[in-house]
Design a protein around this ligand. Structure first.
Ligand code: GLA
Length: 422
């Protein structure tokens, strides 16, 4: 429906063909599905009963406000985690990721000890889902492949949890001898995956990533209001516009960063202001009550309160197709994240500064949790100069000794379930 009303961007395909630059490699959902099915068959000599793909996300604006009951404006992108699952008749789980190809054999009762590395996401999702559905443990085989770079600030872990959850649900629902499992609504599924991060990965994240991974729509941003608990698709502000995404090459890790500290500072600022959350605080309130806060609390709160304002304004600009205003808000958002919230880093700041000078760029900012990861810029697709981008990235590479990767993006769909018989 939306696809036909909204002309398909094909500039990206042509750019991929001609560009000599290191791009983030992508492939279609169909190719990824084939890839995960082949990988699964190679490891487990069988065909999977369900395959689920879940995308990563870019947040256009509204950073570090989801856990302050704010509003955000992210979209799902065409980079995915793919999970294939088939039940087996043992009490064991056999799991393999294409990253290293190792097959792990684990007990189907995920209580025993903490599983290492990426397996903790499987352990958490399985444990919380089994508790919720009151399912006895059962054996299954699970294979994972992905086009989503890890540590790039593009929600690879939320995407992995959503893909695992959807694949498990589908596989279990398809088996007549097991009790049928009803698909929980979006917020509930997102909350389950958020709890995996809290309890199994030590990341006290908000709920933005999980929601957009589940509910993102092609050619739409997703306006999420965490106070009203609403999701509203907002049309992408122009079919000729794209988001240039550049991964700095600095791995971000929210478990070891100051993410939790930022969240705690916001909560203490809200408490001192007598508010349930910073959502109900205005800039005037904040200025009037500044003496009640430490300097740090004041700065952090000023970012949150002003970012919520910017995101509301940006949503209105998107509705009105006002791309230039949107770009300016993205610029302001970056300054606020850099100076008040202090979650940027020199590599992000450098790229944001330089990319802003490229012809056609309307605005640029870091995206996601920060402390490394990726930056984005909004621009008319056709105005991207590959030669200038190449020069910029080469200079970045020699200055920082890092390998940046880039991609042109427009919003794609949220999680996709593909049964192997489809
Ligand atoms: C991470 C978290 C999100 C959100 C962003 C910052 O991606 O997972 O909940 O807080 O950082 O906006």
């Amino acid at each position: 429906m939306i696809g036909s009303a909204f002309p398909q961007l094909n500039a990206r395909d042509s750019l991929q063909l001609v560009s000599p630059l290191p791009q983030i490699s992508t492939c279609s959902a169909a190719q990824l599905r084939e890839q995960v099915a082949r990988f699964y068959a190679g490891k487990f000599s069988n065909i999977p009963s369900s395959i689920c793909l879940a995308p990563g996300r870019i947040n256009l604006i509204g950073e570090h406000v989801d856990y302050n009951s704010g509003v955000v404006l992210p979209f799902a992108i065409d980079l995915h985690s793919a999970v294939a699952v088939g039940l087996n008749s043992t009490s064991l789980i056999r799991v393999s990721s294409q990253l290293d190809g190792v097959v792990h054999e684990l007990s189907a009762a995920p209580d025993a000890g903490r599983w290492p590395g990426w397996l903790r996401y499987l352990q958490g999702t399985l444990k919380l889902w089994s508790q919720r559905t009151e399912r006895p443990p059962f054996g299954f085989d699970l294979a994972v492949t992905s086009t989503l770079p890890m540590g790039a600030g593009l929600s690879s872990s939320a995407s992995l949890c959503v893909a695992i959850l959807s694949a498990l649900q589908t596989a279990a629902t398809g088996r007549a001898s097991l009790p049928q499992v009803e698909q929980p609504p979006t917020w509930e599924q997102a909350q389950l995956c958020q709890q995996v991060e809290h309890q199994f990965a030590n990341v006290p994240c908000g709920l933005m990533d999980q929601l957009v991974v589940l509910a993102g729509q092609r050619n739409h941003l997703l306006a999420i209001d965490f106070h009203e608990m609403t999701l509203e698709p907002i049309p992408w502000p122009g079919s000729d516009l794209s988001c240039l995404l550049i991964h700095t090459g600095v791995q971000h890790d929210l478990a070891t960063s100051e993410y939790g500290l930022r969240r705690a500072t916001c909560e203490s600022a809200a408490r001192k202001l007598g508010a349930l959350s910073l959502r109900s605080v205005t800039l005037e309130n904040l200025l009037a009550a500044s003496s009640a806060l430490t300097d740090l609390e004041f700065k952090r709160a000023r970012h949150v309160v002003s970012e919520i304002e910017r995101t509301m304004q940006a949503t209105a600009n998107c509705r009105a197709g006002q791309a230039e205003q949107l770009g300016r808000l993205m610029d302001e958002s970056h300054v606020s994240l850099r100076d008040d919230y202090e979650v940027s880093c020199m590599e992000l700041d450098y790229l944001v500064e330089q990319v802003r000078q490229l012809p056609g760029v309307l605005g640029a900012r870091m995206t996601g949790g920060g402390f490394g990861g990726s930056m984005i810029a909004l621009l008319p697709t056709q105005s991207l100069s590959l030669s200038l981008l190449e020069k910029l990235l080469a200079t970045y590479e020699s200055r920082f000794g890092l390998n940046p990767r880039w991609l042109l993006c427009q919003p794609s769909s949220g999680s996709i379930e593909l049964n192997s018989g489809d």
